[in-house]
Design a protein around this ligand. Structure first.
Ligand code: UDX
Length: 432
């Protein structure tokens, strides 16, 4: 199949590269000339484990290329994927669809023969129909079908998620479109991946429902963590005890500083807005959004209390990104927690394996070259992101480097007993 991928950001680039790995010929398009030039020169603009190898192999095999010219990519394509950004609209939290609609206009002008136009970006229910109208208005003669095919990729394991997804969701109304989509995902039939064919509306909603449900799970366990702290429970035992119930499942029950990232905050907010505007408000998701926002501030206060006030203190911070194995800082809890501590008079010495460059665009911190460099002479350490390299710190060395042996671990990567034995005052989440 010949595929045009419109938008070469995170979703577009990972999806385009992986589809070319499936054997299709893919052209990834972006308006950003610098980005396309960098990709053409073999550079990868984002940090995603394994992406560089997939891109290099497909480019070498002649199946993947990059272009700023949308028309060239769309002409003759069997499928045109829209993978442009859908950020939160400033002010009201609705998904900003201006990039999607602009892409639709351009695609309309560039279509040459029958193609399936697929929305890959996360878009509110009904967007696929609007895109269809835009294309029809711009080109009444165009021969095309619309499909919705949301992505469920996790940053940091996106390549694996694309190769071995739990399921593929496709919303479309015609057999012709279904056949094209089935052909695109044919390699996954070998691994017996379930493919859910449904309407476009259901497909669009599945994406929001899945992300919102996961956000509910995280927020739920975070509230259980607060209860554990009051009653002397251990939230990890609670999560395990709950999660072994097959109806609940053990995933996404890890208590922490609140969810962040490019999807959960934006998608929960967009779902709340859509639901309100159609008169079917989702009070559960509304509460989740509010509780998660509040949690980030509460975590800052928790750190302040642990340090007995932070005025004039130096805090070593390990991890800045919203989760490990990414350089993505979007809606990271650190963006709320650290400015709060700075405003309260703390000096922040930070280290993140991949995120310092991105973080520096948002926060003025004392960035350090590694964990021990950040710890040296600090009044205590805070773990904000569970990078693997922070799981195996040399504890005697950490203790010797700090002015006082204080660790606030918001990701529960150490065990309280182990830390007590190592002589630390150790404060974690939802554990005595
Ligand atoms: C998520 C979805 O998992 C993915 O399917 C969707 O397509 C995009 O959004 P991602 O944002 O990459 O992926 O990260 P994810 O691993 O889901 O974590 C999101 C946030 O939740 C992170 O801040 C993470 O730290 C937090 N989290 C996750 C928890 O606090 N506890 C958990 O148990 C799981």
């Amino acid at each position: 199949m010949r595929i045009a991928m419109i938008g070469s950001g995170y979703v577009g680039l990972v999806s385009g590269a992986c589809l070319s790995e499936f054997g299709h010929t893919v052209i990834c398009v972006d308006k950003d000339e610098k980005k396309i030039a960098a990709l053409q020169a073999g550079g990868i603009p984002i940090f995603e484990p394994g992406l560089d190898e997939v891109v290099a192999a497909s480019v070498k095999a002649g199946r993947l290329s990059f272009d700023t010219d949308l028309g060239r990519a769309v002409a003759g394509a069997d499928a045109v994927f829209i993978g442009v950004g859908t950020p939160s609209r400033r002010g009201d939290g609705h998904a900003d669809l201006s990039y999607v609609f602009a892409a639709a206009e351009e695609i309309a002008r560039a279509l040459t023969g029958y193609a399936v136009v697929v929305t890959k970006s996360t878009v509110p229910v009904g967007t696929s129909r609007k895109v269809e109208e835009i294309i029809k208005q711009a080109r009444p003669d165009a021969e095309f079908d619309m499909a919705s095919n949301p992505e469920f990729l996790r940053e940091g394991s996106a390549i694996e998620d694309f190769r071995r997804p739990d399921r593929v969701v496709v919303g479309c109304d015609t057999d012709r479109a279904r056949d094209v989509m089935r052909e695109i995902y044919r390699p996954l039939y070998l691994s017996e991946t379930p493919i859910v064919f449904t309407t476009r509306e259901s497909s669009e909603l599945i994406k929001y429902a899945a992300n919102a449900f996961l956000a509910v799970k995280i927020t739920f366990i975070n509230e259980m963590a607060d209860i554990c702290e009051k009653v002397g429970g251990d939230v990890q035992d609670v999560a395990r005890g709950m999660g072994l119930d097959g109806r609940i499942g053990n995933k996404f029950l890890h208590a922490g500083p609140g969810y962040g990232g490019s999807c959960f905050p934006k998608d929960t907010l967009a779902l709340v807005q859509t639901a309100q505007s159609i008169g079917a408000p989702t009070r559960i998701v509304e509460a989740v959004v509010a509780v998660n926002d509040r949690r980030k501030q509460d975590m800052a206060k928790k750190i302040e209390t642990a340090f007995g006030g932070v005025k004039g203190k130096t805090i070593a911070v390990l991890g800045l990104t919203f989760k490990p194995n990414t350089d993505d800082m979007r809606d990271a809890p650190s963006l709320v927690i650290l400015p709060y501590l700075q405003a309260a008079g703390a000096t922040i010495r930070a280290y993140d394996p991949e995120g310092c460059k991105e973080a520096a665009k948002h926060m003025q911190l004392d960035y350090r070259k590694d964990a021990y460099d950040a710890l040296d002479g600090a009044d205590g350490v805070v773990i904000l992101t569970e990078w693997n390299e922070f799981r195996a710190l040399d504890l005697p060395r950490v203790k010797a480097a700090l002015k006082q042996p204080l660790m606030v671990d918001l990701r529960n990567i150490y065990r309280p007993a182990q830390m007590a034995e190592a002589g630390f005052r150790y404060i974690s989440v939802g554990r005595a």
